[in-house]
Ligand binder design. Sequence first.
Ligand SMILES: [Zn+2]
Length: 282
Amino acid sequence: MALTIHTLDFGDIELETSFLVLGHECGRVRRVPVYGFLILGGEYPVLVDTGYRDNAIMETLGMRGHCYHENTVEQQLAKHGLRPGDIRYILHTHLHIDHAGNDDDFPMNTTVVINRREMEFSVSGIMYPQYPKPDILHLVERIYEPEAMRFLDLEITQAEEIIPGVWCEPAGAHTEGSMNVIVETAEGLACICGDVIYDFNDQIINHVRVNNYMEPQVTGNHAGSKRSEKGQIKRLLNNYTFLLPIHDRGAKVANGRVVGRLGMSCPGPITETLPDRHWFPA
Ligand SMILES: [Zn+2]
């Protein structure tokens, strides 16, 4: 059973560069994509992350959203002949504003899968504006429907399977409850790594504002320590063949280094599929 990963294009956001890479180019605005990933070929269709609710909600963070009709969840799924009700599981790398914004478009028998620690963290008041009220209140509604919500306890279990060939692991970075989604593809393990990495170029390849050899730079937006952020980025670079973050083109990695980038223009169009895709040297 060969699993394939398809990139969904939920639009772009404009934000300040130092939000992406710690202390880098303060005041300069960057436009980055917001991706989701559709995993097909397995027991059920699985969706990872759902983008942001609408352009207006990004203004609450002082960011500009560029989500148009073609970027809606419905339109992106329709490109693959699917409707929201066809998705069996939605996995959230974490619950920030640009990752869990459209769950109320899905029926209550689509199971939303969240690391329990992230649900707790979302209502802790830490990083408050990044967890908007309508998204979080909807998730609370799901807790009271038997099939609508599944909690993982990844700090204890370390890994939990969703369907054969797809499992979740604790990210240990970005937010307290972030998780990575691992997918077994024909060409190796792919890791959908949420916002643990924002920008391969500035954090890992050129690693701006750090001195030491093979020392990754952290993002400007994390809830834990800088040491743990760096360590978890290194773990990703050493354990998987493909890394797929939500706001940058994917990377192929080997021996702690980026050896290729997913060959698509950034921010779009995004149609590549693993493993049927083209990789270019970094
Ligand atoms: Zn994000």
